[in-house]
Design a binder for this molecule. Sequence first.
Ligand SMILES: N[C@@H](CCC(=O)N[C@@H](CS)C(=O)NCC(=O)O)C(=O)O
Length: 254
Amino acid sequence: MPVKFYSFKQALWPRSVRLTLAEKNITDIEVIEVNLAAGENFSPEYLRINKNATVPTLVNTDTKQILDDSTAITEYLDANYPGTELYSTSDMATITHWIKEAHSIDGFLLVFSPSDFVELEHKKAFVEGFFEGRVKALAEFIQQQDTPFYREKLQQTNSFLVAYKYPEQAQPLFDLHRAEWQKAELFLDQLEDQLVSGPYVVGVKYTAADVHVIPLLVHLKSIKGDVVFSGRPNLQQYLTRVSSRESFKLVYDA
Ligand SMILES: N[C@@H](CCC(=O)N[C@@H](CS)C(=O)NCC(=O)O)C(=O)O
């Protein structure tokens, strides 16, 4: 298959692409798992197709086209494959607005940092386990090729690990987490208002805005639990509604 989709099942933004594939019933794309926990995204081979070392990436080996961002990929898939239209021109401005809003929240920071000592204890084993393979991979790649990018990634990873190892030094990470969570709460409040007219983000039609908002919503719920829905009944109903779709089941139950 000439089109290859580099993904990681547990990661946030590849899920927008996976929802798109499912909604449009696209099956002739090869899915390649890039294990972020093992630092596979930092390999020199992967950096050649995605200099940011992120998933998702879409590569068309026939045309040599490479897309290294989930928004660009969902746009491309919608424009180039038949099936349900996810970007309707009449709603484009609203769709683009909600996609941008969803991507302005730092899902990486929220999942890997704690907001306080209780969360720190709660997340410690998971974060240390996830980062272990990443640190090992980065150290190995640095030996092969000592680049500022690798050094920066290693330093960033270590700054998280230091906070878990020495909680008395964790306050700066608590502050970063709380500021980001405040931003996320604002996003959730705005989405709650937007969903008054529902049933989907942009109105009566399920669009690319849903394809990007849903993974963020599920991600935030997995980090913070039902507090995400506290005082936000529209959001709760929305998630119940979209989770009954086949695309959601394919992405989240598989
Ligand atoms: N703007 C990018 C963001 C992609 C992104 O941040 N992906 C995360 C996973 S959800 C990643 O690959 N992180 C790399 C890492 O953990 O080192 C997009 O929408 O594709």
